[in-house]
Ligand binder design. Structure first.
Ligand code: AMP
Length: 192
């Protein structure tokens, strides 16, 4: 089973993806994680995307589609969780084509329902907790970049809600509860 976790920054996509990895042997494909890894590896692509990411803007479709394509080659165990991808209609079309080429289907698009105020709190908390624990704070977890990330989400990513709704693949899950409540909502979709 292959699924997309769809939602604005701070909706909890990464947290829920990890629960699915542990509980269902699924494979998390987070383009954000892949891009952060590319940055630390000092590749040309990593250098190119660093400033864009820190500003909160989206990197090009070409780059993220390339990253995802590489990962579809291997064994997919309990299925893929696309986390933070696709983020544009172009990426969504590309994903459909890639899956088809690999003989795979897209089973559910799980849209996590949250509100903007909660997102700002969560991201500010994430930054404060990381700092208190002596962990690295994401360069884009600050209020200025967050505003850009939210605008990018509404301009470029939120149209995917209509896109997947029209394809009959969209499932809404309340994203504001406790982590295990949200996980139960997702499980109900996957097992339903
Ligand atoms: P995330 O960890 O998903 O919040 O992603 C962090 C940053 O990486 C985003 O703000 C973008 O700059 C970049 N990024 C991650 N995934 C994508 C994507 N699918 N398309 C474009 N940019 C992305």
């Amino acid at each position: 089973m292959n699924i997309i976790l769809l939602g604005p920054p701070g909706a909890g996509k990464g947290t829920q993806a990890k629960i699915l990895v542990d509980g269902r042997n699924m494979i998390q494909l987070s383009t954000g994680d892949m891009l952060r890894e590319a940055r630390t590896s000092g590749t040309e692509m990593g250098d190119k995307v660093a400033a864009i990411m820190d500003a909160g803007e989206l990197v090009t479709d070409e780059i993220v589609i390339g990253l995802i394509e590489e990962k579809l080659e291997g064994d997919n165990a309990g299925g893929f969780i696309f986390d933070g991808f696709p983020r544009t209609l172009g990426q969504a079309d590309a994903l459909g084509e890639l899956l088809e080429r690999h003989g795979q289907t897209l089973d559910h698009v799980i849209a996590m329902e949250v509100n903007d105020e909660a997102l700002v709190h969560r991201i500010v908390n994430r930054a404060e907790e990381a700092a208190a624990a002596g962990e690295p704070v994401r360069a884009d977890d600050n209020e200025e970049s967050l505003k850009v990330r939210l605008v990018e989400y509404y301009k470029k990513t939120s149209p995917l809600i209509g896109y997947y709704h029209a394809k009959g693949q969209l499932r809404w899950v309340p994203g504001l509860g406790e982590i295990d409540e949200v996980a139960a909502g997702i499980a109900a979709v996957l097992d339903g």
